[in-house]
Design a protein around this ligand. Sequence first.
Ligand code: ADP
Ligand code: MG
Length: 706
Amino acid sequence: MKNSASEKKTGAVGLSSSVSSLKGVGAKKEEALASVGIRTVQDLLLWFPRKYLDRNLTENILLKQGESVTLILEILDSYLAHGRKTRLVVTAKTKNNEPVSLVFFKGVQYFRRVFHTGLLVAATGRLEYFRGFQLVHPDYEILSYGGNSELNTDDLPESIHVGRIIPLYPTTEALREEHLDSRGLRRLVFYSLETLKGKIPEILPKEVVSLRTFLDRESAFREIHFPSEEANLSKARTRFKYEELYYFNLLIEYKRSRRAKVPRILWPLPESQSAKEVVSKLPFQLTGDQTESLSKIGEWTRSDTPAAILLQGDVGSGKTLVALLTALRYTDNQVQVCMVAPTEILARQHYQTVLRFLGNMPFLGIELLVGKEPKKIRAEKLYRLKKAESYFVIGTHSLFQEDVEFKDLGLVVIDEQHKFGVEQRETLRAKGKNPDILAMTATPIPRTLCLTLYGDLELVTLKHKPAGRKPIQTRWFTDSRRNGVYNSIRKYVLQGRQCYIVYPLVEESEKSDLKSCIEAYETLQKDVFPEFSVGLLHGRLDAAEKDRVMNSFQKNEIQILVSTTVIEVGVDVPNASVMVIEHSDRFGISQLHQLRGRVGRGSHESFCILLSDSQVSEEAKVRIQALVDSEDGFLLSEIDLKLRGPGELLGVRQSGLPDFRIADLREDKDWIEISRDDAKKFGSIGDMEKNEISHRFAEGALLFSN
Ligand code: ADP
Ligand code: MG
């Protein structure tokens, strides 16, 4: 029995072996490890320390008073000392029999139980002198329980726990229950490194390792867990950051190559007569960026495999027109197009815009599909789409529903794509015949994030807004200036302009937020602006009411629109030139920028007024000031990234961010680009398919799953 067990444990253990093949890992530990995703030895080695402690032992304590020291102490006794504050004094001695006490003011009862006689601990802290040497609330770790404790059968060198820079590991309740606290994990990791000595192969191409002067993989594993010195630790960390990014980029390449094998089924026309007509009737010229992006999109969509394109452009840069002119190349060839927008207001607006641009051109079959429509009407629309009597459908989430079918769907346009999840985008794509995808986003995304998230897409950017737009003047006022703000609004409305007043609405306080928005609307209409027509817009209104309000605002029948953030994205009313944002300290930078983008869309001078209490947090100050200082969405997104990190910046929807273990999209900008170039140059897809590392990245890490 004993024999067979030890045989099992001494068999050839490799990186891909189960952790249960390591000595000391039985079923219970295996289960605990699995609960944090550690299944193989490699998983264990990739469970990087969260922090390190410099536990190089202090030799002569007499000389170290006032300094940080690490001591190995044997616990002698403990007692409560009652002074002005009760404290626990744990008496102990060093190996040289020097007396040192550990003092605790908090958790007295707990520590009293922990530090019993005979315990051997490593303690790190500032060495103080008060009737003898003492460490107050030291960082400590139990090295051995003394006596006949079963944990004392430690056959590993003590030096993995002290006398060096030691790793502290992230751990969980489940792990701790199986003695896999920092110390337990340290032993296990140490043991597996010993077991695998000379058996950890390099997985990066040799050229890369030498070009970038990286540690080899085995040394890097050793140094990241048990650093021999600071410099090597940082080398090891760099290597693993790179490794992660490299394989991530390889995955992107892999997706690209897989996509390149998908054949095109439906072909758009190289040129569209209708598009030409639309352009000839525009009251303005296309911007250089629009023309250029149209020609790039044209190229990509004529290739033999379907294109996946991300059209990025700051608010108001004119993406809708680019999408429409692209769409017409399909519809002119009887290929169907669907365009999805995140809100009903936006879908309706696009529908109106498209009708307006198309004017009275004999263009049949454009549908609007939103939720809550009479069944019969919806059924008729669906029938026309299925039979390809209609070629162009614009809609909301209702387009994702199963009953929406197409005969020949060749282009999927996704407006404000960051508002949708990967699955939703996939659902639409699956309705087509290997359709092209044109995803649009107005949230400028820092370049590094863009490369990571959308590296597998063709990117095209509208950098410049149409000519003739005046800069938006942004001001920050406290609530005490409210009356002045109202007077300004009055002045501009009397000149014929229109105004938005936006209230924050966050899910947690939705009810009270909505209430304050509605109350404000009532006061504004009754008491402040009785001479104007004030409108109210929020998500809870029924569709017809939203429609009525938006239409009236479009036509300037409503001059002042009080609204929640439902108008955040996309809404386009060029005559509106004043944006007032209430409680602006409650919004993120990108959201404020989006909201501000509702004005400055015409040739009028525009204003954005950010209101807040006189007391706002330091962070809120930075955010609001950034808006006041800059109108450059890309710059603002960089600031946002620094302040909030990638996850928050992109919002909940975009949880598609790869789950990097050690690489950091904020810190490792340079490596993102370097590893990307290297992966293209040295990587082979075979490496990727074979390597488990890349499997870690969720399939949803990218905009589309293949
Ligand atoms: P976004 O990129 O934020 O989606 P829109 O497509 O809504 O921007 O365009 C903003 C406004 O600019 C619209 O009123 C649109 O008609 C107008 N527009 C688009 N292209 C041009 C252009 N080349 N010159 C002037 N105005 C334009
Ligand atoms: Mg838009």
